[in-house]
Design a protein around this ligand. Sequence first.
Ligand code: C2E
Ligand code: CA
Ligand code: CA
Ligand code: CA
Length: 277
Amino acid sequence: VKLAGGDGFAEYDPQLAQARRDSASLMHDLRGALERQEFQLYYQPKIDARSLQVTSAEALIRWRHPKRGLVGPDKFIPLAERYGMMQSIGRWVIEQACQQAMVWRQQGLSMRIAVNISGQQMRREDFAEHLETVLVQTGTPASRFTCEITESVALENTAATMQTFDKLRALGVHVSIDDFGTGHSSLASLRKLPAAELKIDRAFIIDLETSEHAQFIANTVVRMAHALEMRVVAEGVETRSQRDLLVQMGCDELQGYLFAKPMRARELGVWAVRDHN
Ligand code: C2E
Ligand code: CA
Ligand code: CA
Ligand code: CA
């Protein structure tokens, strides 16, 4: 048996080589994407489980690539993180989302604005200062802004992220723990975070109708959140029976294709004032 070389690859793998060329070319294009204004934000509503009113709009980034068409964040955010570009992209997202929030406020729409924050942003010393500047410039009350931070980043417990959490608490923005249930949070570790919201990961919502295990987890997350006086949001709700189960469990807010896909800002403005009963 021939042992693999130092990099772990014994032989040429055409598929892997193609994947590497692909991500290298994507990376190359990504460098200038911000200046070329190729990014766009879409917004997906979260709705109150009882009143069906829109409570917030979550900003989700898209990359309008001149040749590849619309590229989803799962394709380029990991690359941007790896190559240190999330800082500038993340700042752009916050600026855009807050400007949109200002427009919506002027139209009399009062939903909160939620933005996904990457690990790299959370570890930056100047993250909270930049956010505060943008909130002030756009007249966005901190209490109307939500940072969605994944459970794995929220609980990495490094000095850098803990410092940012302290600043976010002082600033008064809301923190939502995203993709909840996939990590290893304990009640004790959660209690230390300035979080106002838990988002149950879609993985558990998908299996809700068929898996007692998924039901148990969703139920546990709802109870845990309520015990800590947090709100619970279910993401990826696609069917009525999922919705009904979540409402029965006491889930506070729902989000998913059953209600609305991510939309352009203008569309969401129209959608938000419609009657959803
Ligand atoms: P996420 O924050 O967990 O967002 C939920 C994802 O599920 C979104 O995918 C959304 O379009 C999709 N989704 C919503 N409802 C449904 C549903 O009912 N069924 C299904 N199948 N999918 C649903 P998207 O927009 O492709 O975003 C993927 C991930 O990329 C996000 O996961 C988030 O982690 C990340 N992301 C998106 N925008 C940003 C951003 O501006 N900054 C950072 N750091 N990450 C972002
Ligand atoms: Ca999210
Ligand atoms: Ca999520
Ligand atoms: Ca997710």
